[in-house]
Design a binder for this molecule. Structure first.
Ligand code: ADP
Ligand code: ASP
Ligand code: MG
Length: 421
């Protein structure tokens, strides 16, 4: 088998951990597999580099940031190759450029356009284990780019697709994909398998176990992805095409995202072209708008528009909105930063009714006010006050009986006595 193994930041977080990764790679090789390794930067490294740049400038040039950040993965890939060599197996580290990962020019969030992977193929043919520096690529004009936070997942999936690998293993610090973040709900249950669609929703709604774009890529090119721990040999979670079994449960996971901010424009003209003007201006600044709520005006003249943007872009979005507020006829623009999004996800929602109502009822029972709602075929999201995020995730997880041992739904409902924090 040809297997791409990606190791995340924690998995290569120290020299001992890198040695353990080398052992695991070699073990798979001894079992008869051809292994291609992709590594993240050592844990904390990317944040550290961002911190250094921010000590000089609050708004560093994005081209320079990409060159800076790509260095984290260079270090870990070279160290991993050294560790594999030390075990008596030939290994070489390769940068994104050496692998031929060609991207567009969107610095800090570049999209992969194509991968040549010549050096990788040559290495495999020569019995050499390639260790690829994740998270990075190069433009047609030789500029170094990075693929967005968590982007080593994308490198792994894209390389697996380019090589037509049998499997892409994502090694991380948890045993697989859980019904929610096991870091905040200890009762979360590991899923044996999850559909690309559900994983895509969970990832884009905040579950950082896989980068959203890596899941899109896996779905598009049909790459089977196995998420598992680098700390043990537990079986992990297979991300794959939907099957009948998956539709039997209405909700398979709960996600949360604290990187949210809400902008409200008060009393804009209720006439054609207002929303287009506003959201074109925001889109031109490369800001992704998430939930939008607009009411019909009661007097036929003025209406409020609220929308959410990533917290990291809120200042920029607020400034743009303020800048065109007069043109929109607005009486004012407000920014709210203390919000979060909690979401429930499941392909079974297509065939189960009352799921959204149950979510709203659960939140209400715990005194959590819903600020905005957004739904799609397989998810329901609510914007709430950020201070209730953990509570909301726990009570929703409990209410939809997602926890360990709750699968059979035979137990009487456990009473929830959670402290509001
Ligand atoms: P890596 O450094 O290996 O890429 P990440 O920190 O990016 O790892 O992703 C793993 C983390 O994702 C876990 O430690 C966990 O806290 C978090 N996480 C959030 N939601 C989930 C989920 N539904 N299942 C598993 N992990 C999740
Ligand atoms: N090192 C990068 C980050 O921290 C990419 C990755 O870890 O996947 O976002
Ligand atoms: Mg990650």
């Amino acid at each position: 088998m040809l297997i791409v193994q990606k190791y995340g930041g924690t998995s290569v977080g120290s020299i001992d951990r890198i040695k353990a990764v080398a052992e695991r790679v070699v073990r798979s090789r001894r079992e008869g597999n051809n292994v291609v390794v992709v590594v993240s930067a050592m844990s904390g490294e990317t944040d550290k580099l961002i911190g250094l740049a921010n000590q000089i400038s609050p708004n560093p040039d994005e081209r320079e940031m990409d060159l800076l950040l790509s260095s984290g993965e260079r270090i870990s890939s070279a160290l991993t190759a050294i560790a594999i060599n030390e075990l008596g197996f030939k290994s070489i580290s390769l940068t994104g450029r050496q692998v031929g990962i060609i991207t567009d020019k969107a610095h800090t969030k570049a999209k992969i356009e194509r991968i040549t992977a010549e050096r990788v193929k040559e290495a495999i043919d020569d019995g050499i284990i390639p260790v690829i520096a994740g998270f990075q690529g190069v433009t047609e004009t030789s500029e170094i780019t990075t693929l967005g936070r968590g982007g080593s997942d994308l490198t792994a999936v894209a390389v697996a697709a380019a090589l037509n690998a049998n499997l892409c293993e994502i090694y991380t610090d948890v045993d697989g994909v859980y019904t929610t973040d096991p870091g905040i709900v200890p009762d979360a249950r590991k899923l044996d398998k999850i559909s690309y669609e559900e994983m895509l929703e969970l990832a884009s709604l905040g579950a950082k176990v896989l980068q959203t774009r890596s899941v899109e890529f896996a779905k598009k090119y049909d790459v089977p992805v196995l998420v598992r721990s680098s700390f043990n040999d537990n079986p992990g979670t297979l991300v794959m095409k939907e099957d009948k079994e998956m539709e039997q449960v209405a909700v398979s996971g709960v996600a949360y995202d604290k990187n949210q901010a809400k902008i409200t424009v008060i009393a804009v003209h209720d006439r054609p072209g207002v929303a287009a003007k506003l959201f074109n201006a925001i889109a031109d600044a490369n800001i992704v708008v998430d939930i939008i709520v607009q009411n019909v005006s009661s007097d036929g003249k003025a209406t409020d528009i609220s929308f959410t943007v990533p917290k990291t872009d809120n200042k920029k979005a607020f400034k743009i909105t303020e800048g065109i507020a007069a043109e929109l006829g607005a009486k004012g623009v407000y920014l709210r930063e203390d919000i979060a999004k909690v979401s429930i996800v499941g392909v079974g929602m297509r065939t189960h009714s009352g799921v959204a109502a149950k979510m709203f009822e659960t939140l209400a029972r715990h005194g959590i006010n819903i600020i905005m709602i957004s739904t799609s075929e397989i998810k329901v999201s609510c914007i709430i006050n950020a201070k209730f995020t953990e509570l909301a995730v726990r009570v929703l997880h409990d209410s939809f009986e997602l926890g360990e041992g709750k699968k059979e739904k035979v137990k009487p409902k456990r009473k929830i006595t959670l402290k509001k924090n």
